[in-house]
Design a protein around this ligand. Structure first.
Ligand SMILES: O=C(O)[C@H](O)[C@@H](O)[C@H](O)[C@H](O)COP(=O)(O)O
Length: 237
């Protein structure tokens, strides 16, 4: 766990760790993979990566970009995590377009068929085999959700399928696609992001003795799990 005095300092710290993790993976393999998250903190981290001095040390053309979750809305809808990620980072670094793997939109090849769209992304993730993603970013919600895994909802109980459809998200919009716990737990490094006093209760619960099955308390990386907090989000620890 690391605590930072401001969101800007937190984002710089996360950017440093993401760049390090990707560069390390690329030193060992032909490609690396990064799972992006939606939300304000997740998007601010992407902008920090864009501005980061060491960002140039990463051969971005060898990085595969996936999403932890996505809102099932039209591709040009402002709610799309993909649009926000492209604006904050992907449009500004030398990526290989074929290595950007957005979750389907509701006006894509699967039309408004959320189940088919989730199944298509499931096959994409399955094609990775048993190897996990290298780095996974997860914003933490006020209720302790991560990705589109919400407390007590069915997606939290999925232990087989790596990707599922969500139709009952308490955080609008209701229809989403999300990675599930088993595939998140195969990620090598998981970085959880929480800023602001509204997250303080969820953070304290997730890191406390009675986390139960809070989604944010249920995820971990295969080799490393780091909580990045600002002082407000850490204020109830
Ligand atoms: O698609 C989404 O809504 C996000 O993936 C979601 O999991 C988000 O990361 C958290 O709700 C935190 O969002 P904030 O950082 O905006 O509070």
């Amino acid at each position: 766990m690391t605590v930072h005095e401001s969101t800007a300092v937190l984002c710089e710290a996360v950017a440093t760790e993401v760049v390090r993790g990707l560069a390390d993976a690329l030193s060992r393999r032909p490609s690396a993979s990064l799972v992006l998250t939606g939300g304000r903190a997740g998007t601010a981290v992407l902008a920090a990566i864009r501005e980061h001095a060491a960002s140039r040390t990463v051969d971005w053309s060898r990085v595969d970009f996936y999403w932890g979750d996505e809102r099932f809305v039209p591709a040009d809808h402002p709610d799309r995590n993909e649009s926000q990620a492209r604006h904050a980072l992907l449009d500004h670094i030398p990526v290989d377009p074929a290595r950007i793997h957005p979750m389907p939109a509701s006006d894509g090849v699967h039309g408004n068929d959320l189940v088919a769209a989730a199944a298509a992304y499931r096959e994409l993730v399955r094609a990775m085999g048993q190897e996990g993603f290298d780095v996974c970013l997860l914003g933490v919600g006020e209720d302790g959700h991560v990705a589109s895994l919400f407390p007590g909802l069915p997606a939290m109980s999925e232990r087989d399928l790596p990707v599922v459809a969500v139709t009952d998200s308490p955080k609008p919009p209701p229809s989403r696609i999300t990675l599930t716990l088993p595939v998140i737990r195969r990620c090598d490094e998981v970085f959880l992001l929480a800023t602001g006093s509204a997250k303080a209760s969820a953070v304290a619960t997730a890191l406390g003795a009675n986390a139960d099955n809070l989604p944010a308390a249920s995820v971990s990386g295969a080799s490393r799990t780091v909580w990045f907090l600002d002082t407000a989000a850490a204020s109830e620890l």
